[in-house]
Design a protein around this ligand. Structure first.
Ligand SMILES: *Cc1c(COP(=O)(O)O)cnc(C)c1O
Length: 228
């Protein structure tokens, strides 16, 4: 049986080592534990080992887990595709949403977020693979969507997120992320509130950290294969 506490510590060490290798501070990169389809017991184990930020893809599953884990005070991140009939639940059950990729969704999240809650932290999802089937705006459309998000009252613009198609080599992974990093750095000049580059998963977090990731979203390398 994998020991989550041990794996988590190895992963933290590996993330810090990657940051150092690429000339970045050891605390430059936040680890988001992607717990979709993992049990609440596994999440409690990760919590006991100090993990606070958790990422979920499926709204109903996340709502059930939130109810089961209210005692822990976790930070909940929604990272999955967003259907417009789910925005009310997403707006009120999460602290962060990484997968905003159209104006209508941003507007609904802001309109439906309870004003009693702090503003919802939002990343705009960018499509780096130019596949029609993938979510995300083309890189050239990130700026207007960021501008819209920053204008909405119950949202706080935080950054950009991407899920590239899997690539084999670190060089290819870096080449894929490089234009995103460049655009992120350009946008920060005009929107200094941007502080989050949400890139890197189990298979490519080293390349993502090399290209400026501030938050890696890791599932299988932490919890093991997802039960189907
Ligand atoms: C599932 C998922 C992850 C985690 O992927 P792993 O390869 O298991 O680390 C990260 N980001 C998103 C958006 C996901 O859906």
């Amino acid at each position: 049986m994998p020991n989550i506490s041990q794996t988590l510590n190895q992963l933290r060490t590996s993330i810090e080592a990657a940051a150092t290798r690429h000339g970045r501070p050891t605390d430059a990169v936040t680890l988001l534990a992607v717990s979709k389809r993992q049990s609440t017991d596994a999440m409690r184990d990760a919590y006991a080992a100090g993990q606070r930020d958790f990422g979920e893809n499926y709204v109903q599953e996340a709502l059930d887990k939130r109810d089961a884990l209210t005692d822990l005070g976790l930070v909940w991140h929604f990272i999955g595709p967003i259907q417009s009939n789910k925005t009310r639940d997403i707006a009120n059950a999460f602290d962060w949403v990484h997968s905003v990729d159209r104006a209508k969704i941003a507007e609904r999240l802001s309109a439906q977020r309870s004003p009693a809650l702090p503003p919802l932290n939002v990343c705009v999802q960018v499509n780096l693979s130019n596949e029609d089937s993938k979510s995300g705006v083309p890189l050239t459309e990130a700026e207007p969507l960021c501008a819209l998000v920053s204008s909405l009252p119950n949202l706080t613009l935080r950054g950009l997120m991407a899920i590239p198609a899997p690539l084999d080599s670190v060089a290819e992974q870096r080449a894929c992320y490089a234009p995103l990093r460049k655009e992120f750095e350009r946008l920060r000049q005009v929107m200094p509130i941007l502080d989050t580059l949400s890139i890197g998963m189990s298979g490519d977090y080293d390349a993502a950290i090399a290209e400026g990731s501030t938050l890696v979203r890791i599932g299988t390398a932490l919890f093991g294969a997802r039960p189907s």
